[in-house]
Write a protein that binds this ligand. Structure first.
Ligand code: PGA
Length: 246
């Protein structure tokens, strides 16, 4: 696991965009694993800049997102599908048919999960997966206690996750109670992973991930068993880690 200590959010975002852009340029048919939330927004901004400057094209890329709310349609403003088009896809040349997120309005949830894993497999697997980390060490919507072997599945959102995400909705009642998420088994099959973290609120999760044991109680800790992970974190997120560790 390589750790890149950066000054702040902007530097983290820029560094992440450079790594992703490099893989997109180098690979013939790059398969990107993408994330939503506040963490990767800046990275998308820098990737758009690189596209506009003619430095990178996403024409031959395919993408798979980590998660999606159950029950929200693609055009719902709170869906992750909407977020991805609004913050990234609408501004670059990725082909719409190459963009994949779990289908929030699928009726057969189990089948939708199997189909999503199959699609990733058929594409040849994810070349580079971008991850954020939850305050509790979750990755995707894989909350503490999720078996490491799980593939794409539906989770019941915990009250604390619904509370945290309710800032994007007009009321807590509107926050879906379930979500699709790539499982940790799915995430671990990615050839390369970059995990981004910024701010004090992530310091404890990052310290536990880097210094603690590999345990299902802290889902991100499994990343220590992956051969190609880069953590890009700012000073605040690394504030509980001594410089000797980094
Ligand atoms: P955030 O979420 O980027 O909004 O902090 C990260 C996560 O929960 O995985």
């Amino acid at each position: 696991m390589e750790i890149i200590r950066v000054k702040d959010y902007e530097t983290m975002s820029k560094k992440a965009s450079e790594i992703v852009a490099d893989r997109v340029k180098t690979l013939e048919n790059p398969i990107l694993g993408l994330a939503t939330g506040s963490t990767p927004e800046g990275m998308y901004r820098y990737l758009i800049e690189k596209y506009q400057a003619g430095e990178v094209s996403f024409k031959s890329a395919k993408s798979f997102n980590l998660d999606e709310y159950v029950g929200l349609s693609a055009d719902d403003k709170n869906s992750y599908n909407y977020y991805m088009f609004d913050k990234f896809f609408n501004h670059v040349d990725i082909l719409k048919e190459n963009v994949n997120l779990p289908n929030g309005t699928a009726t057969d949830l189990k089948q939708a999960c199997l189909d999503y894993d199959q699609k990733i497999k058929d594409a040849g697997g994810i070349d580079i997966q971008v991850l954020g980390i939850g305050v509790n060490g979750h990755i995707g919507f894989n909350e503490p206690g999720t078996p490491f072997t799980m593939r794409t599945h539906v989770v019941d959102l915990t009250e604390s996750t619904r509370q945290a995400n309710s800032i994007y909705f007009s009321s807590l009642d509107e926050v879906p109670t379930q979500a699709f998420t790539m499982g940790i088994g799915t995430i671990m099959e990615s050839k390369e992973i970059i995990l981004l973290a910024y701010g004090e609120s992530k310091a404890n999760a990052i310290a536990q991930m880097l210094k603690g044991e590999v345990t299902e109680d802290l889902p991100a800790s499994i990343l220590k068993n992956h051969p190609n992970v880069t953590v890009i974190a700012d000073e605040k997120a690394l504030s509980q880690i001594g410089r000797a560790h980094v």
